[in-house]
Design a binder for this molecule. Sequence first.
Ligand SMILES: *Cc1c(COP(=O)(O)O)cnc(C)c1O
Length: 444
Amino acid sequence: MFLHGTSRVNEKGHLEIGGVDSTELVSKFGTPLYVFDEQLMRDTMRAYKAAWETTGLRYEVAYASKAFCTLAMCRLVAEEGLALDVVSGGELHTALKANFPPELIHFHGNNKTPDEIEQALAAGIGAFVVDNFHELALLGALAVQQGVVADVLLRLAPGVEVHTHEYISTGKEDSKFGFDLSSGAAEQAVKQAVQTKGVRLVGLHSHIGSQIFETEGFKLAIDIVAKFYAQAVQEWAAQDLTVFNVGGGFGIRYTEEDAPLQIQEYIEAIATAVKASFDRLGLEYPEVVIEPGRSIVGNAGTTLYTVGSSKDIPGVRKYVSVNGGMADNPRPALYQAVYEAMLANRATEVPSEVVSIAGKACESGDMLIWDAKLPAVQAGDILAVSSTGAYNYSMASNYNRIARPAVVFVQNGHADLVVKRESYDDVVALDIVPARLMNGVLSK
Ligand SMILES: *Cc1c(COP(=O)(O)O)cnc(C)c1O
């Protein structure tokens, strides 16, 4: 398993993160446990800003909070001076509860409800990334009702797709998100936004995918959207356009095979492409926004499990089960995501067997890792799965009525609980039994 950030093997032969021994974390907080390396998250956020500083462009880095959204995480992002993307009333509520500056919040999503829009307008958020005509009209009407003008970006579908590792411009996009360029919907959206009372069109947005390992896709999309930006300004009277949002999707290393670029390489490529396009079109440089999610939190997260039962099928495979699985990490079951693991309590021992790590949910598909090379695993060992910071806690469920794990931030030898472990009473807290189903119980 690759050791990211402050993770290392200490003198006791244990995995240590943020200067805290993982076996101590387990004694104190139990398992499964999500452990976040705070310094690594801070360093990554700073690396994005530092990379932009060298470009001379105006910029904003917005953390896509859907990757991992809690009160403490919102505070961390606020302290580092980043903006924040939310995609639901729940994420918005979390950010506001954390006193995240509302003017730095962008609201995404393809079906914002009237309640969510009203909540965001009342909070005075920075911008809405408008996805479709329904939303444009709804937002305009609700803003007029509240007597405010909402800054909006239009989400465009530039028709850039990944085809077996290469990005190509297809001109068409089959996606639920955004205004299509090729059909004319995007042009219509600009013209309509300019006319819509209650909204001010300040920018254009595109987001081409996730786990992107090269820069070609960004360059293609920038070229396409910049041309559209020029038309919007010069032909369709969108004179308030200043923001050019190129989305997120910067890849991270989950396994040895993954080879993401350095943060500076992504940013330099984006900045160079924006400058080239805007120079060619004779436009003033825009403020460039990026929206990294996974790359800020992914490698910073490690999940600690306790090993339980094993099943050896001679000549076939050995299954080793842990006390978590798809309820805390649905990504392997959802999209065959691949993770690496180590024994946190026996980190210096050389691997001696190949085992497959099973979750405890009642699903054959609840497998966390196929064919992990580990020392002879025993019940009671602590299994650490790396790079679980993104889309793990945020996608966790109570499937099988499994209580969700606790989350700790570690730094400088300290561990702080940032999300409490759910209790079984938490799991049933919202259940209601109608009186008519209580008959047997009441008659006793
Ligand atoms: C999910 C998402 C992101 C973040 O993607 P990552 O792969 O986590 O960096 C950014 N922008 C938009 C619009 C998204 O939907």
